[in-house]
Design a protein around this ligand. Structure first.
Ligand code: UD1
Length: 374
């Protein structure tokens, strides 16, 4: 066993922060206990997301150590953003010469940094490997397939991922079923999130703290939904009708806000458009909601663990366990289907679901144990 293992963890976009937080903590604990090998852990933020509400808030809420490097790449086309991350990440790896880099999820920062490392002969750890929507028009699906193809250690969250990786020829020894680090974060921060005052601030509760009226939550950011005027209008028309029955709180991603402004879509006053929320406020909002409508990946997992009904506004999911065992229902983007499923939930006809295997808050510790031995 080496005496020291140097690992550079990469974050770039909003959903990465919740995945890195428990890993950073588990490494710190491992070192604090004097376990071998010592793990030297550095964090690189590519700057793919940079607005205070899309990035800094999450570092604060989740207590993530300040990044050792910020590459400040910002927004751009896929090619420009990916290329810029690669150009700026390469000298960091040349200077630091880590044993491993650790990438999470499926964003452009994930594949960009994995590719740079691999070509420098540095091993790649991929957290949340093997998820497949089988929809290659999704930029994330391309990022997933390519990252997995060049990774040396693949940590998976659900059994479907192992089958997908094996079907793509990835050797079994590289694949480790450890559970879900996103759920580590959720369970670690649940009590703290409950203290958020966001419901009072949004006028959804009395000062006593309990919700006075039921509400639903909406998030929307996939280019396939928001960059297409007809689809966006249809989804928002359905949401407006739902809001006749209950308030819909809609924290808006910057990409979506731009599209809503551009297309002049008018929303019912019962749809509350608000700025993106930090982790703790958003989780508090979800905990007390009647149901969630979203095209996000992570929210399908979080609602499953919380037992909150989730209507996923997509045609497919790379997280099938949330449909098979959890509360997730794929409704696509058809207005009548969204309305039909929402009304069922509003009328109390929904299933509770169960928590998938190993989504128990200990995934990051399992990872660290495996890394000790690789
Ligand atoms: C990215 C990920 C997506 C993930 C999502 C979470 C890729 C290919 N996509 O999509 O998988 O689910 O993050 O949010 O990596 N913008 C800001 N401020 C920011 C960041 C973005 O205003 O801090 C605006 C810019 O106009 C930018 C647009 O949002 O052009 C899109 O940002 P980008 O990082 O390209 O992709 P996301 O849609 O956020």
């Amino acid at each position: 066993m080496k005496e020291q293992l140097k690992i550079i963890s990469v974050v770039g976009a909003r959903p990465n922060f919740m995945k890195i937080a428990p890993i950073a903590r588990a490494i710190e604990e491992h070192n604090r206990k004097g376990n071998q090998p010592e793990m030297v852990s550095l964090i690189v933020h590519t700057g793919q997301h940079y607005d205070e509400k899309m990035s800094k808030l999450f570092f604060d809420d989740l207590g993530i150590p300040k990044p050792d490097y910020n590459l400040e790449v910002g927004s751009g086309s896929h090619a420009c953003q990916t290329a810029e991350i690669m150009k700026r990440f390469e000298p960091v790896l040349q200077d630091e010469a880590p044993d491993y880099i650790l990438v999470v999820g499926d964003v452009n920062s994930t594949i960009a940094c994995a590719l740079v490392a691999k070509k420098l002969g540095i091993k790649v750890i991929h957290v949340e490997a093997g998820l497949r929507s089988f929809d290659r028009t999704m930029p994330e699906e391309i990022n997933r397939i390519l990252t997995d193809a060049i990774s040396d250690v693949l940590f998976i969250t659900e059994p479907s991922a192992e089958k997908n990786l094996r079907d793509e020829g990835i050797p079994k020894e590289k694949i480790h079923f450890v559970g879900n680090v996103m759920i580590d974060t959720l369970l670690q921060h649940k009590a703290k999130a409950e203290k958020s005052t966001v419901l009072q601030e949004l006028g959804l509760t009395e000062n006593s703290g309990s919700p006075v009226r039921p509400y639903a939550v909406l998030t929307l950011h996939r280019p396939s939904n928001v960059d297409n005027h007809a689809i966006l209008s249809d989804i928002l028309a359905a949401v407006s009708e739902i809001s006749d029955r209950m308030v819909v709180v809609f924290p808006v991603h910057p990409r979506t806000l731009n599209q809503i402004k551009k297309t002049n879509i008018r929303l019912n006053a019962q749809v509350k458009l608000i700025d993106p929320l930090g982790y703790l406020d958003f989780m508090k909002l979800v905990f007390h909601s009647r149901f969630v409508m979203s095209d996000s990946g992570g929210i399908q997992e979080e609602t499953t663990v919380l037992g909150i009904p989730c209507l996923t506004l997509r045609m497919n999911t790379e997280r099938p366990v949330t449909v098979e065992q959890g509360t997730n229902i794929m409704v696509g983007v058809d207005k009548s289907r969204i309305l039909e499923e929402s009304l069922k939930i509003i009328d109390g006809r929904c299933r509770k679901g169960s928590r998938p295997e190993l989504w128990d808050g200990n995934a990051a510790h399992r990872m660290v144990e495996i890394l000790r031995a690789v």
